[in-house]
Structure formats: structure tokens, C-alpha cells
Design a protein around this ligand. Sequence first.
Ligand SMILES: Cc1cc2nc3c(=O)[nH]c(=O)nc-3n(C[C@H](O)[C@H](O)[C@H](O)COP(=O)(O)OP(=O)(O)OC[C@H]3O[C@@H](n4cnc5c(N)ncnc54)[C@H](O)[C@@H]3O)c2cc1C
Length: 518
Amino acid sequence: MVKEIQLRVNLVEEKQGNILQRKAARFLGIPVEDISAVKILRKSIDARKKTIIFNYKVAVYLQEETPESSLYTFNYKDVSSAKEIHIIGFGPAGMWAALRCIELGYKPIVIERGKKVQERRRDLRAINQDHIVHEDSNYCFGEGGAGTYSDGKLYTRSLKRGDVRRIFESFVHHGATEQILVDAHPHIGTNKLPKIVENIRETILKYGGEIHFESRVVDFIIKQQKLQAIRLQNDIEMSVQRVILATGHSARDIYYLLNKKEIAIQAKSFAMGVRIEHPQQIIDGIQYHCSGDRDELLPAAAYSLVSQVKERGVYSFCMCPGGFIVPAATANGEVVVNGMSPSKRNNEFANSGIVVEIDIDRDLHKYEQFGALKGLEYQKNLEQLAFTAGGRSQAAPAQRLTDFVEGRLSTNLNTTSYQPGLNSAPLHSLLPKHIGGRLRSGFKEFGRKMSGYYTEQANIVGVESRTSSPVSIPRKENLEHPEIEGLFPCGEGGGYAGGIVSAAMDGERCAEAAIIGY
Ligand SMILES: Cc1cc2nc3c(=O)[nH]c(=O)nc-3n(C[C@H](O)[C@H](O)[C@H](O)COP(=O)(O)OP(=O)(O)OC[C@H]3O[C@@H](n4cnc5c(N)ncnc54)[C@H](O)[C@@H]3O)c2cc1C
């Protein structure tokens, strides 16, 4: 017999061996010996009160074997001589589109502008140390896409858009720890993601798919509203029948290309702001009600903050406990920041984007001339402004939090995890008022919600600009572009995802849509 129950375990109990069996036995009123196994189904931490509690949902097996943990089997087929589906971009959307094609018996041909994940590392070093951005290989472009060198947070709010569990199981199938199947806030970490991405590549190649690296798509050949071929940067042309366009939200050249060819795209709301960095110890102290080091059983504390300022949301985004701020620009002449963490989240800093919703009808008057690209041009301008303010390199403009809110230049800055370095800049006056003003009010509010958050020991760093796409690519109910037969806009670049898991789910959906009637 199997019984599912909820157990609450405090920190002292958590350190004792066999605690779940003993608690389960007490809960069910049976001897411990009657329990053959306790399987954790879900684990979360409740740190709202001084006594920290681990909440467990467990399956208790009473004189019964525990079954295999995976609910899913992936039936990959040999697709080496099957019908072809072209997939542009090998981020989460492209990777899971390719895997799904193989399950469905179609041959994915992936075209990726960047390099293999290991070769990408050299180019990341060049950004961090030499301030040189390789425009096809950086934190956003290359095998695994923008999610490879990230925190690898796997939570999503898009639960209705697909089968989240299937994506998690697929991560585990390709080398992720089973812990992600039970954690309330699963994450993988930047040190583990590259190997998983390599394993996904191996699955695709083993079953007969193709992946072409360092192959940037520069043109679409369209005849009678049907996509006939794609052209690569080296003038190679590939004939195509069905194309999944999964190029992410940083592929500005794709938006420019679609716009130039008068293929419908739309301006879309997005958010922009800064990244804030605290010593992790401050965040631990606030969240775990402790001073000094957190308990060894507790992970680096995270937070999630939201406030309404003058009818607009101001909120934390992509919070990375125990992490690093990274330079996520995709071109020289711009500065963009984002965050990543290793699996242990054991760096000494906590960083998070703090962003303001941009209303494309009210905030972008100066950019109306750019039509569907107005948000993109605005985003680009702010990134160029950050480049200039930071000293015309990948060093980023920064300010102490308190100086930003109180409107004065910082005479010096706190130490940082951001490798290219920081330069003091008056972000309070440089950022557009509708962002800067709301951020300043938002930070004060956050200081009231989390006592100790508003501190001169935090830096804010500009600019956090690539939170979501400023452009969307429309699609019909069958997920095909309304004007171009054979083109399936997909993932974050189309405006259909906002993170790794939602992009992966959209990749699967697009693969399922692309094979219909083919
Ligand atoms: C530093 C960082 C940290 C992040 N942390 C997290 C996190 O912890 N959790 C989370 O859920 N999300 C995180 N994100 C966001 C997440 O990575 C994206 O939401 C996700 O990767 C989007 O997936 P995608 O496949 O739609 O696009 P992308 O991942 O952007 O992939 C697009 C791919 O297309 C390729 N491409 C672009 N143009 C072309 C072209 N013309 N020809 C051929 N190929 C092209 C690119 O090289 C890229 O590999 C992070 C992002 C960054 C940058």
C-alpha cells in the first residue's frame, strides 16, 4: 500500500537520520518497521517564521517496493531518412523542438549561429577579460542558447502551456539531478548545464538529426507566401518545407530581416531596469532571521519582490542567490547585465534584476517612427547609454543603492561579482524618468517589505534590458505565421516564452504543430 502525506520537519529534526520514516510512522500510527520506503515527492522551505520548516510531500510505501522514479519514457526514433524540419536556433526552444521531432519521427535540421558549448567558453572569457563581444558567440548566442550560462532556474508560471513535468524528466534523462523533480524551486546551475546541453546534442545526432553550428541565418527565400529556402551567412542556401524559428529575443537581426521583408511583427510590452547586488549574507539574514552565516542545511536565500508604482509593476526578475552578475551584451557598443549561479549557489553575492514594466503606448513616443521595432530601438538606446556611462567597455555603470534612491553620485562602490568591473555613474539621472523614478520608489518599498534590503552595501548595476522580447511574431491557431506558410515562430523570440522551461514547452508545441499535414 502507498500513502501520500505531508510532513513538517524543523532544522534540528532535519539533521537527524531517518527522520522522514520516523515522522511518517508517527503520522500514520504504525511501527517504523512497517515502512519499506519513503519517497519525497515535493520539498519546500517555509522561512516566514523564526522556526524554519521543511515541508515535505511524501509517498510512504507500506511493505511494498518503490517503483522506478520516472513516469516518462522517451521514444526516440531513427529519423536519419525521415522528412526534414528545419529549426533555427539551438536554445531551449530549438533543443526541445528537435527532441520532439525525433519522438514524432521527423528529422530535425538545426541551424545555430553560435559555437558548441565548450568552445563558447573562450568567447565568454573574451567578454569578461578583454571586453570584446563576439557577435555570434556570447552569453546569449551559442549551443544551449541564453539559458546555458545561467542560473538554470526551472520554475515557470506557464503551467497551462504544456507539460512541465515532461520537460523536467527530459532534463533528468539528459543528466540533471532528480532533485529538480521534487524541489519547489528547482535550479540546475551554470556548472552543470553545459554537460546537459551536450547530452541533448548527442541524442539528436544519435537518432539521425543534424546540427549546423556557426551558421547564421541571414535571409528567407519566400515565393507566393511560402517559405522556400533559408540563406546562411556564407551564402549557402537550404531548401526548406517547415521551419521553426527559435532565435530568441536577442536576435535583433532576425527582427530587422522580418521587418525589411514586410513580414508581420508587432511591438510588445516588456520590462527594463537594473540589477541589484547584495552580499548574500544580508539576504540570508533577512530571509532566515539570522545574523552571521546561515545554517549549513539552508540554501542561499532567494527573494521575490513586487510593487505597484504609478500604475506600473516594479518587480524582481531572475533572482540569483549565491551568484554572479554577467555581461550579456550581444554586440560591441552596448552593456547588458544578467545573472547566473553555480549549482551550489555558493558565491558570496545575491543579485536580481529589478525592472519596471514599459508601456509601449505611453513610454515610447520618441520611437514611434520605428513602428513594430520601437521597443527594440528604445532597448538598444539604453544599452548604448549604459556602455557610454560605464566608460565605453564592458565595465557597467553602477551606484550604491542608497545613492541612487537619494539622487547623488557614489564616491565609491561596493565590491562586486561582475568580472568586467563597475564604474560609478549617476544612474538616477541617466535612466529615463519612467524607469528611474519608479525604481527609486520601488526600492524604498522593498526596504519596508524586507528590513535591511535598503542598504548602502548594495550596488545597482545598469542595465537589465533583456528580460523579455520587445517584439512578437504573430502566429495563427496552428502556430504558423499568418502570412508565411511553413514558418513557425517559437520560444522567447516570438514572444511565446519567458524562460528556459516555457521556451522548451513551446519548442515541443511547435514541433507538434509543424508536422501536421506534412
Ligand atoms: C545570463 C542569463 C541567465 C538566465 N537565467 C535564466 C534562468 O535561471 N531561468 C530561466 O528560466 N531563464 C533564464 N534566462 C532566460 C532564458 O535563457 C531564456 O528565456 C531562454 O533561453 C529562451 O529560450 P529560446 O530558445 O526561446 O531562445 P534563446 O535561448 O535565446 O536561443 C536562441 C538561439 O538562437 C540562436 N540564433 C539567434 N539568431 C540566429 C540566426 N540568425 N541564425 C541561427 N541561429 C540564431 C542563438 O545563438 C541562440 O542559441 C537567462 C538568460 C540569460 C541571458
